[in-house]
Unconditional design. Structure first.
Length: 325
């Protein structure tokens, strides 16, 4: 997938395009329905599939402080979109100036002139342009004049409720990983860089990797989880600790993983973590020996929980990735 940051860097596309537009925070099943449509239609018509998204989230600019934490930072969002087979990802920097672009100008200058669009796919209730004046009806009417088609994808429901980023966020805050997976279409993911820690894990007999991530807002609540880490395209089982370290009186939130059966230097590596299931809440132990004993139990439980899931990872490129019908 080709990634372009900024409309000014986008060259005129000679190949015709089918375009999906949205923020796509979380790339959940509702978003997947939109993106799957452009990938299929582009394949059928032998044209280019394009996702147009915005950074930062428009509400961060339009209503500073009002927007809830994002679910997926850019790196993770781009990776999830790429895995769906999209050809081009265009990231438009959302500014106050850009927010004043009229809806018709957005269509003419970006969709038609730059992307050579023949079909636009959006979600139900989509709005765009200055003062959110653009809607699906305007997009459709303008398409009749300009020669492109429009598809509106209806909301996706799970458990009788429409999927939304807010609903996913609430589930993560409650540590409801399996419920979040049903809505996301995949287990919660994090992407981060391995950085130097204090070495406490090694002191008690367990090598750990401290993860620095821009996606802290998408992290589930504090606790210990079973998951997978992807290193150089290979999935490895791990135990993930989210939060502080009560036994050592460390209150500063952090993400720390123990990769089961792995003891190599990976400082500086960017890795992807997939959180599969909660093991236990955080707890303060009386000493290092008691903590080490509990970690042994955590590892044993993680192995049991993750048993059999490697096959799913190898088949779909991601543990628990939503299967296509």
């Amino acid at each position: 997938m080709k990634v372009i940051f900024g409309v000014e860097k986008l060259k005129l596309q000679k190949k015709k395009s089918i375009v999906a537009i949205g923020v796509f925070d979380g790339v959940h099943r509702g978003h997947q329905a939109i993106i799957e449509t452009i990938v299929k239609d582009a394949h059928d018509l032998k044209v280019q599939s394009v996702v147009v998204t915005f950074e930062p989230h428009p509400l961060e600019i339009l209503v500073p402080g009002a927007h809830l934490p994002i679910l997926t930072g850019f790196d993770l969002k781009a990776k999830l979109i790429e895995r769906m087979g999209v050809g081009l990802l265009l990231i438009i920097k959302f500014t106050k100036k850009f927010s004043q672009m009229p809806a018709q100008a957005f269509i003419d200058e970006i969709l038609l002139k730059k992307l050579n669009v023949i079909e636009v796919v959006v979600g139900e209730g989509f709005r765009f342009g200055k003062n959110s004046a653009g809607d699906i009806q305007l997009l459709t009417n303008y398409g009749r004049e300009r020669g492109y088609a429009v598809k509106s994808i209806p909301l996706v429901y799970v458990g009788g409720k429409a999927i939304s980023s807010t609903r996913i966020r609430e589930l993560l805050e409650r540590g409801k990983i399996l419920e979040a997976r049903k809505i996301l279409g995949h287990y919660p993911k994090l992407i981060g860089k391995v950085v130097q820690g204090c070495g406490r894990g090694r002191d008690i007999g367990f090598c750990t990797a401290n993860i620095e991530t821009k996606d802290k807002d998408s992290v589930p609540r504090e606790g210990v989880y079973a998951g997978f880490v992807q290193l150089n395209g290979e999935a490895k089982a791990c135990v993930v600790n989210i939060g502080g370290c009560p036994t050592f009186n460390v209150k500063r939130p952090r993400i720390e993983i123990h990769i089961i059966g792995f003891d190599k230097n990976i400082y500086g590596n960017k890795i992807e973590i997939e959180i599969v299931e909660n093991i236990r809440k955080q707890k303060k132990f009386k000493d290092k020996s008691s903590l080490a004993c509990q970690i042994e139990k955590d590892i044993a439980k993680a192995k049991k929980l993750l048993c059999g899931k490697f096959t799913e990872f190898n088949k779909y490129g991601s543990i628990g990735q939503a299967k296509k019908a």
